[in-house]
Design a binder for this molecule. Structure first.
Ligand code: 5GP
Length: 137
């Protein structure tokens, strides 16, 4: 069965999309640790990130860097934390989390509650920054 993230890529489940390339996709985490917490995934469904072939692995991290740079240009933060972690969704994903303090990188911290409009506004801001900084994708 397709993963939740494959369904998001295919448009079968809605998301707050940030950017996509031929092989990668970025969207806001629905249960964020901080405003702008994003997930970056390969479109090709693969459970474990170290099972990606080398080209896709590097492409994914290059894409995540662009999403992170776009995010830090619009979300006030000290830096963007990056974690590959998680046993819940069997589809490799990189968490990009705008952080000001260490607890914002802890998955045992309380999550930030956002309204649909806030999610939409944040995704729109990061998406516009991404397009401006990386017009070629
Ligand atoms: P992990 O596998 O990293 O433990 O958890 C998966 C992450 O994906 C969690 O941070 C969770 O909030 C997020 N997530 C799970 N299901 C969905 C979903 O349907 N949409 C979005 N946008 N994020 C999700």
């Amino acid at each position: 069965m397709a993963s939740i993230f494959t369904k998001i890529v295919n448009g079968e489940i809605p998301c707050y999309k940030i950017a996509e390339s031929e092989e990668c996709f970025a969207f806001l985490d629905i249960n964020p640790l901080a405003r702008g917490h994003a997930l970056v995934i390969p479109k090709k469904e693969t459970d474990y990130i170290f099972d990606l072939d080398d080209d896709l692995y590097h492409t994914l991290f290059d894409f995540a860097k662009k999403v992170g740079k776009a995010t830090e240009s619009v979300i006030p933060c000290k830096r963007i934390g990056m974690i590959v972690f998680g046993l819940d969704v069997p589809h490799a994903h990189i968490h990009l989390i705008p952080i000001n303090k260490p607890s914002e990188m802890s998955f045992s911290s309380p999550r930030v509650e956002l309204t649909p409009k806030e999610f939409m506004d944040i995704a729109g801001e990061i998406s516009r920054a991404f397009k401006k900084m990386y017009p070629g994708g």
